[in-house]
Design a protein around this ligand. Structure first.
Ligand SMILES: *Cc1c(COP(=O)(O)O)cnc(C)c1O
Length: 359
């Protein structure tokens, strides 16, 4: 830290992203990326001709992409906001709606960035504990009269609340924002997008990073009432109006045309996930009923820290969180079948050492 840093940022606890080793030495199951490449249409859109126009600024309104997303989700372009990854949109949302004395509420165990943004923007916040089973109890959020941020499916548990429950949260907090972060919805959740138009306080946030194989392109979008979208644009135009580059805009539009490819990948990942749950349970793991592209598991014979460390020694990266309630767990991204077989074999080996080689 330099002596020049603004005093208000000196105590800041920044978000810690998962490891991103820059070599190919690991089977990477730690940051919930897709194991599949972008579609052919996306690869073609990133042509030499497209790159040759990088001397020009991109369209700040992202008109073509927003129209395509609006058509896909059955809303109008005025209901769509796009920016540089959904983290960017979460940041704008906290900036726009949560500063000052409006309290924001989210679960004690959820995506770590919510707390970072609340602190960064000086918003008062309250964390509501998950149940013993690590689920969000939707009724805890009914009629709170506070801004509410929920990941659905939640991270890192993969557990969902129903669309009816999301609707009840929106209905009973009419004077506050309800932000539903649907980073993982395409793997088995129910999207709240269809409530847009009925609830002017609802913002649904989605990303291209997980189900659309574009984590490296940085693209996220939000769907909400037109007035909320205008507020988000006010934040974007006050900080970085060209937040999406030309190549990413092209990739994003092309991905929508290739939706069938991504739907098939999501179905494949959900299938591999369900088989992995069975195998891990056979190995003695407890698994949450994740509807996402990751598994959240613990084992009575090895701590989360041990599993993380020994998997890494075996060339497999998973995510371990140190927070008390979940420190016995590891989060495993669902990879290809071959990657999962390597994981199962490594776990078998690690666990047989712990349990005296009887397995
Ligand atoms: C991965 C993730 C994001 C961030 O996605 P980007 O679009 O890559 O910024 C947001 N929310 C949750 C819950 C996530 O898991």
């Amino acid at each position: 830290m330099s002596r020049f840093l603004n005093k208000k940022y000196r105590g800041l606890a920044a978000y810690e992203p998962g490891e991103q080793p820059q070599d190919k030495a690991y089977i990477k199951l730690n940051t919930n990326e897709s194991p599949f490449p972008p579609s052919d249409g996306v690869l073609d859109a990133l042509s030499r001709d497209a790159a040759a126009r990088l001397n020009l600024y991109p369209d700040p309104e992202c008109g073509e992409l927003r129209s395509a997303l609006a058509a896909q989700y059955g809303v109008r372009p005025e209901n769509v906001f796009v920016s540089n990854g959904s983290d960017d949109i979460l940041s704008f949302s906290f900036m726009a709606f949560c500063g000052g004395d409006t309290e924001v509420v989210f679960p004690d165990i959820t995506y770590g960035f919510y707390k970072v943004y609340a602190e960064f923007y000086g918003a008062a916040y309250r964390e509501i504990p998950l149940t013993e089973e690590l689920a969000v109890r939707a009724s805890d959020y009914y009629g709170l009269q506070k801004n509410i941020v929920l990941a659905n499916p939640n991270a890192p548990t993969g557990l969902t609340i129903s669309l009816k429950e999301v609707e009840e949260i929106c209905r009973t907090n009419p004077d506050h924002i309800v932000l539903i972060d649907e980073a993982y919805v395409d793997f088995g959740g129910e999207s709240s997008v269809r409530l847009t138009g009925r609830y002017e306080n609802l913002i649904t946030v989605m990303t291209y990073s997980k189900s659309r194989s574009l984590a490296g392109a940085r693209l996220g979008f939000a769907i909400a009432d037109e007035a909320l979208i205008a507020d988000l644009n006010r934040m974007k135009y006050s900080t970085n109006p060209y937040s999406i580059n030309r190549l990413t805009l092209r990739a994003g539009t092309a991905a929508i045309r290739d939706q069938a490819y991504y739907d098939a990948n999501c179905a494949k990942i959900a299938e591999i996930r369900e088989r992995a749950k069975q195998e891990l349970k056979r190995q003695g793991f407890f698994c949450t009923d994740s509807k996402s592209n990751f598994l959240f598991v613990k084992h009575p014979a090895a701590s989360g820290e041990t599993l993380y460390r020994e998997l890494k020694e075996n060339g497999i990266l998973v995510r371990h969180f140190t927070k008390d309630r979940i420190k016995e767990f590891i989060r495993i991204t669902v990879g290809t079948e071959a990657q999962m077989e390597a994981l199962f074999a490594a776990l078998r080996k690690i666990l047989s050492e712990k349990t005296g080689g009887t397995r």
